[in-house]
Every structure is written in C-alpha cells, then in structure tokens.
Design a protein around this ligand. Structure first.
Ligand SMILES: N[C@@H](CCC(=O)N[C@@H](CS)C(=O)NCC(=O)O)C(=O)O
Length: 210
C-alpha cells in the first residue's frame, strides 16, 4: 500500500493521477496546506521541505518527496509510463525536467501574482504572464507533431505537465490560443485515471474546461 500525503493542487494531482493510471493501491492522507498542516512535526519527518506531495511505501517503509522523483519512483515500481528504450526514456526525462524546473515553478509564480495577489506588482504580473505564454507556446509547438508530450505513448511527462495546464484560468491563459495544447488537454481529461486523480483529496473538485 502507498500512503499519499496530498492536497488539491497541481503537484498533488500529478501523483494521484499517476497512482490511478498505474493502478497501484493507495490511501490518501489530506494535508491542508491552507491551514499550515505541512509544518506539523509528523509531516516534517517525511518531508523536511514542508510541501506536498509525499508518498510512503509500505513495501519498503521508505518515504519520498518531490513530485518528479515520486513519478519516477512509481514508474519504476509499476513498470509503466517510462519507456525501457534508452533514447525514449531520456526524452521523457527531458520533458519531466522541463516541467519540474520551468513549467511548474513559473506557472506557480503566475498563480501567486496574477490570481492570488493581483495589483501587488505590475512588473511580476507582466513577467510571469509573459513566461507563462512562452511556456504554453513551447508546449503547443511540441504537440503540433506529437500526440503526447515526450514520446508517442502517454508518459510521466504528460502526467507532470497536465495538472498545471488544468489551472490555466489562474494563469490568465486562454487555451484556445494554443490549439494543440487544448486538444491534448481535453483528450487526457477524458481518461478515467485523470478524472479520478483530479478529485483527490476532495471529490467535489471538477476538471475545468475552456
Ligand atoms: N518541487 C515540489 C513543489 C511542491 C509544492 O510546491 N507543493 C505546494 C503545493 S502545489 C505546497 O505544498 N505548498 C505549501 C507551502 O509552500 O507551504 C514538488 O514538485 O513536489
């Protein structure tokens, strides 16, 4: 059994979607980050970086934080969503790193300045909106010739990227400006695993559609 410590955010949903896709049994432990539960002593013992998501795997008693590392761990554990072929595998790694080092952190800043704190900094709003648009353009171009982001089949790169796209409203992004991203977003949203994973830990949450 995997214990998933999470909240209804893009980084949290990466892992619930992954667990659903690979059909590994898991138990959800909600960590309400709006109430500061990520700073509780018990939680800090499994993630000193005080952020969700975290998993604890009963099979070996180990805990892991950082969503990219967790996706890789679950891909190896299940033997799914990370190709065996070396060239293909490294394409997935490349886009997973793009997500972890660029798309996630930059769109997170866009949420902060454009959605949660509008009017605080004109400079930051402009900077992160421009960067968000640049990232969407990169993704749109990649999806022009490819059905999935990194390789032909669905991979952990798609699972890392999709939940951040699902917050396009917070980023003031019109998905119609990125038709290949829109098509990919809508197609993946039809997958039962994406629908189930999106609703973790709050079953009342619905995927948003443009
Ligand atoms: N790089 C980390 C980022 C995790 C992260 O930023 N988690 C947010 C929610 S999406 C969080 O727990 N925030 C609480 C806080 O910053 O105190 C990952 O990918 O796991």
């Amino acid at each position: 059994m995997i214990h998933l410590y999470t909240w209804g955010t893009p980084n949290g949903r990466k892992i619930s979607i992954m667990l659903e896709e690979v059909s590994l049994p898991y138990r959800v432990v909600p960590v309400d980050i709006t109430k500061g539960e990520q700073f509780a002593v018990d939680f800090l013992s499994i993630n000193p970086n005080n952020k969700i998501p975290v998993i604890v795997d009963d099979e070996n008693g180990q805990s892991f934080f950082e969503s990219g590392a967790i996706l890789l761990y679950l891909a190896e554990k299940s033997g799914k969503l990370l190709p065996d072929d070396v060239a293909e595998k490294w394409k997935v790694m490349q886009w997973l790193m793009w997500q972890m080092a660029g798309q996630g952190p930059m769109l997170g800043q866009a949420h902060h300045f454009l959605h949660f704190n509008p009017g605080k900094s004109e400079y930051a709003e402009e900077r992160y909106l421009l960067e968000a648009k640049r990232l969407y353009s990169v993704l749109d171009k990649q999806l022009e010739q490819n059905r999935h982001v990194a390789v032909d089949e669905l991979s952990i790169a798609d699972i890392g990227i999709w939940p951040w796209v699902s917050r396009y409203q917070f980023q003031k992004i019109d998905l119609h400006d990125y038709p290949n991203v829109l098509e990919w977003y809508l197609r993946l949203a039809q997958r039962p695993a994406f629908q189930a994973g999106y609703k973790v830990p709050d079953a009342s949450q619905e995927i948003v559609f443009p």
